[in-house]
Design a binder for this molecule. Sequence first.
Ligand code: GRF
Length: 208
Amino acid sequence: MIRAVVLLSGRGSNFKALLEAGLPVQFTAAISNRPDAAGLDYARARNIPAIGLDHTRHPSREAFDQALVQEIEKAGADLVILAGYMRILTKAFVERYQGRLINIHPSLLPAFPGLHTHESALAEGVKIHGCTVHFVTPQLDHGPIIIQAAVPVQPDDTAETLAARVLVQEHTIYPLAVKWFAEGRLVISDGVVNVINPVQSQSVLATH
Ligand code: GRF
């Protein structure tokens, strides 16, 4: 079974969905840069180490990310999952975990990277919006796309109603992406993810 560490900053509904999906994954820690993040409670309830690592107590982004790496290495991780983690990661961190660092973003990337995606979608008048799970690269909200889900934008939507409709999809696609990763089915070539079938993945795993 693969080991995964989850990084989060807030309510942790995606982390909850991952925990409840019955994945072939051992969650070895949940770490938050906000020690009071509600999402850490889901870890505590399941006896998963819940670690608060206050970024304001570190002199620089580099120093904080080094502390983060130490905690991740202590826990042991084949996969690092960003689930509403609201801090920009250093290039050194991203490069260290490249290929085993994934994120969920509330838009159909490459549209609307960054914050306030639902407001932006409404301002642009797009008729389809959604969410994306992707491998993380040093460029913010960029990187090989694993899976996306789309939702219609309704004429009377507010950012809140749209966010809620997207969130339902997030809770479906993130567990699926993690399952595929755990099964060794995600192959990146030329910046594009191919989801190979389980039989192929057995032979890929066998050669490692
Ligand atoms: C989600 O919308 C996710 O796509 C984004 O941050 C939000 C986190 O929500 N990266 P939660 O903490 O998982 O409930």
